[in-house]
Design a protein around this ligand. Structure first.
Ligand code: UD1
Length: 417
């Protein structure tokens, strides 16, 4: 099993080019199932989760290959409707093929994603909403068996809770449903806006009618197109925090800063200096980090996917800070590992109380999920001496070329077996 060695402390300095967004690519890849022809996608990040989704689509009969940096998806022979446990178990986003298969064939058998380290992560909201489009389903032996005997029919649906995945699944399904669907209380993460842009480019008819409502007029089929996926805002946020925590100076390139205003404002409050331009941010970390209190929330609130990284930064603050995790019930697993490095973080329910003025000590560590792994790297970058991070396969699910990018800006980091 691969591990990472990180030698600290290091000030990061230089430029980092941000990759395409994993969380935008996954639903867009799932939505390609709506096509019976060819689609090209650009700017997909080379990470494990994307490889898994491509394998899932191939198992459903899509012919997929890279042509230079573009991914060509040819669905002229795509006919299968069975998404196996082996592929869906490793990545919850596998459930996103359900909407596309139902829209195209009126039938699907898709494995339940099951639990995961950061919480139980049910799909009840997806299923309840799909049933309003005419889907009948039963769950048996770990699979959702779903069918729409009369085809999908548009409807008015209000999600009981904001869910990124459920919003995406329904947007995909409703795009080929008969008539008009109105979805209310949608998640409005930038990745969802990107999915909508992609679908509209294929000739679908989707329109935001208020802040959290979208109107979808179903079309019969979708057209061939070429689409370039948006930048990864979580990767960008992670490297912005890396600059702040190491007192370094980084130019974060290939981004749209308007999309990460919440993160920019918090980093400014903490004392980092940011120069924001059209497609890049120059950030300089300040030796003094000011404490802030943070609550994770659906977009445009502070993203849960940056909570672990921000917690590491707050360990360096001048006094106590608080983080309230409002999205997932069990997303503080990095805390035990950070405390082993000398952090003083205590947990009360969904709140973390973070003492400031911490000097991390190097240690051997265990990564528990994608964002927790990267938070350990951030802490290790500031700790004196050698840290070893185990189970980094989590990291490879979502960060393209992380060692290469960090090395280029001065980190001493090495992968070994
Ligand atoms: C997506 C992101 C993930 C991010 C999360 C929240 C992808 C591939 N993943 O995950 O990185 O952390 O949004 O921004 O884009 N829930 C239910 N029932 C459901 C669906 C969700 O109870 O049917 C709950 C979940 O357990 C969780 C909350 O709703 O507590 C939010 O989940 P959701 O927004 O659906 O997250 P994902 O789409 O899984």
């Amino acid at each position: 099993m691969q591990k990472l060695k990180v030698f600290g402390p290091k000030r990061l300095k230089g430029q980092i080019k941000i990759s395409g967004s994993k969380n935008a690519s996954l639903p867009i890849l799932a939505a390609t199932l709506l096509s019976s022809n060819k689609l090209y996608l650009n700017n997909l990040p080379k990470v494990k989760d994307i490889e898994t989704m491509i394998n899932l689509l191939k198992s459903l009969g899509s012919k997929i290959k890279f042509e230079k940096d573009k991914l060509l998806i040819d669905n002229s022979k795509q006919k299968k409707i069975f998404a196996s446990y082996n592929l869906v178990k490793t990545m919850r986003a596998g459930i996103l093929v359900l909407g596309g298969l139902l829209a195209k064939f009126g039938n699907a058998k898709v494995s339940l994603p099951g639990g995961c380290a950061i919480g139980t992560r049910p799909i009840d909201i997806h299923l309840k909403a799909l049933s309003k489009l005419g889907v009948k389903y039963r769950i048996s032996q770990g699979y959702v068996h779903a069918s729409a005997p009369k085809g999908l029919v548009g409807s008015k649906i209000r999600f009981s809770k904001i869910s990124v995945g459920a919003t995406e699944n329904l947007i995909i399904a409703a795009s080929l449903a008969k008539g008009v669907t109105i979805l209310k209380n949608c998640a409005v993460e930038p990745e969802i806006k990107d999915l909508v842009k992609f679908l509209n480019k294929t000739g679908c008819n989707l329109k935001w009618i208020s802040k959290r409502s979208i109107k979808i007029r179903g079309v019969e089929s979708i057209k061939d197109t070429i689409y370039s996926v948006m930048f990864d805002r979580i990767e960008a946020g992670t490297y912005l925090i890396a600059a702040a925590i190491t007192g370094g100076n980084l130019k974060i390139k290939n981004i749209d800063p308007n999309i990460i205003n919440t993160e920019i404002n918090i980093l400014k409050k903490i004392g980092a200096k940011l120069i924001v331009k059209k497609n890049e941010i120059n950030i300089t970390g300040n030796k003094k980090v000011k404490s802030v209190n943070i609550k994770t929330a659906p977009y445009p609130g502070f993203p849960t996917d940056l909570q672990a990284q921000m917690m590491v930064l707050l360990c360096k603050a001048n006094k106590k800070s608080f983080i309230q995790e409002n999205i997932f019930e069990n997303r503080f697993m990095h805390v035990a590992e950070l405390n082993r490095m000398g952090a003083q973080i205590s947990i009360k329910g969904n709140k973390a109380i973070i003492d400031g003025n911490i000097n991390f000590a190097s240690a051997e560590l265990m990564a528990t999920d994608l964002r927790a792994s990267v938070s350990l790297i951030l802490a290790a970058l500031t700790a004196k001496g050698k840290s070893i991070i185990n189970r980094i396969y989590h990291l490879d699910r979502g960060y393209e070329d992380i060692e290469k990018k960090l090395k280029k800006v001065g980190a001493k980091i090495k992968r070994f077996k």
